[in-house]
Design a protein around this ligand. Structure first.
Ligand code: PLP
Length: 442
């Protein structure tokens, strides 16, 4: 490590609190710039961004269409109160609506991030239904602050507890790691639905405003939920007049091979929350897409949500330009091609790294799950345990080889920019294979 890197590291540790980390133990490169699929540190070392940051930089780094739009907008108008009309904001919302799954259309409420979007979706659902409870899945992440943090279904919720009232968790299906004691996909779905129905019965369906769910579970393992399951959840919500909210903060904007997972899976929720890749993460932006029939509720009653930065001009300019790039380069569709590349590359890697128990995904949203034994599927470290296991060492070794990826416990995410080339992807997955092969033999 150069002395420059050491100095930055010391300064950082002295003055910056880094998310989710034990501060004294963090040792990361200092990133100076990004271009395409690569990040570059202060020493000029390059890292292939195999996780697209935090599953967000879907256009790769420094896409000129977006950077130019941000610069142009900055010179024209950086801020006006969100109650003022703004042409780019109105047009962008119209374009978003055209990508949404509803024939009737949708309206957008803008936030600065995904957690805030989930909290606003919950608040709107409570206002519309006059009910207070919200069901969310275990093994989910919906944000960090106390509201979204309470909706979260894993140990990052715990520091928020007791949290906001009225949140109840349930288990969604997980074919590889069943909470319902089966390895049969059909049985898993049936049991997951029976369980959800039981939870509803005991909670009183008439008190439930919303069910919030990630159609593809994100940081809890890149687990695409079975379409049949999501269809049944849709039917249950319709039957009990419960608002169905898809958290598409991670899986929106092409990650699954369509604008939204709802479109890829052919399911109509009532609201979709989004953030991250809406601007390819260049400027913070999130929001809630509300189907038109529900949005009309607020034509005659005040919308109970608002933020200083709602529909911020810089963020909207970035989002509008990002959508230009997604559309003109056909990147939502390209994610389906990437799906085939990742499937092929991971199959090759799994053949030489027995530590890989499962490789699963949809579109450009994949993960490998690391196990001690493929037969028993025992994880290399228990999910949600107090010990993070070897993941930190594995990811550090990967960075030494010039590849960045992120993961938790026994799962590593492979979620590259949708602009990645075939060769770059192979380079990244091969490096992962080398590290995991070495780990398998150790
Ligand atoms: C599915 C999902 N929902 C919500 C969030 C929270 O988004 P933000 O960090 O923008 O608040 C995340 C962040 O990773 C996420 O993956």
């Amino acid at each position: 490590m150069t002395s420059m890197l050491r100095d930055i590291g010391a300064l950082h540790r002295r003055h910056v609190l880094t998310p989710w980390s034990v501060q004294a133990t963090i040792d990361m490169p200092s990133i100076e710039r990004g271009e395409g699929s690569y990040l570059y540190d202060v020493d000029g070392k390059r890292y292939l961004d195999l996780s697209a940051g935090l599953v967000a930089v879907n256009l790769g780094h420094a896409h000129p269409t977006v950077t130019r739009a941000i610069a142009d907008q900055a010179a024209r108008l950086c801020y006006a109160s969100p109650q003022f009309f703004n042409a780019t904001r109105a047009r962008y919302a119209e374009r978003l609506s055209s990508h949404a799954p509803w024939k009737e259309g949708a309206r957008a409420f803008f936030t600065t991030g995904g957690g805030e979007a989930n909290e606003d979706a919950v608040k709107m659902s409570r206002t519309i239904t006059g009910r207070h409870k919200v069901l969310a899945a275990y093994r989910s992440f919906h944000g960090s602050a106390p509201g979204a943090g309470t909706l979260t279904g894993e140990n990052r919720r715990w520091p928020n507890e007791p949290g906001i009232p009225g949140i109840v968790h349930f288990f969604a299906p997980n074919i590889y790691n069943s909470p319902f004691d089966t390895r049969d996909p059909k049985t898993e779905i049936e049991r997951a639905i029976a369980h959800l129905e039981l939870v509803l019965t005991y909670e009183n369906p008439k008190s439930i405003a919303a069910i919030l769910i990630e159609p593809v579970v994100g940081t809890n393992g890149a687990i695409p939920l079975p379409v049949e399951y999501l269809q049944r959840v849709r039917e249950i919500c319709t039957e009990h007049e419960i608002v169905l909210i898809f958290d598409e903060v991670m899986c929106g904007f092409g990650r699954t091979g369509a604008a939204f997972a709802a479109v890829r899976f052919g399911i109509e929720p009532d609201m979709i929350t989004f953030a991250k890749a809406s601007t390819s993460a260049y400027v913070p932006l999130g929001g809630v897409l509300v189907r038109e029939t529900l949005a009309q509720f607020f034509d005659t009653r005040p919308l109970p949500c608002g933020h200083t930065y709602s529909g911020h001009p810089l963020a909207i300019a970035a989002a509008n330009a990002a959508l230009d790039a997604y559309e003109s380069e056909h990147l939502f569709e390209r994610a389906r091609e990437i799906e085939e590349w990742i499937r092929e590359d991971l199959a090759a890697v799994a053949a030489r790294a027995p530590v890989i128990g499962d490789a699963r995904g949809v579109g450009a949203f994949w993960a490998v799950e690391l196990v001690k034994d493929r037969e028993t599927r025992e994880p290399v470290v228990p999910w949600q345990g107090p010990n993070p296991g070897p993941i930190g060492t594995i990811l550090a070794k990967l960075r030494e080889r010039g590849v960045y990826a992120f993961g938790r416990y026994n799962v590593i995410l492979i979620t590259p920019p949708l602009t990645i080339s075939r060769e770059e992807l192979r380079e990244g997955v091969n490096a992962l294979g080398d590290v995991l092969e070495e780990f398998s033999c150790a």
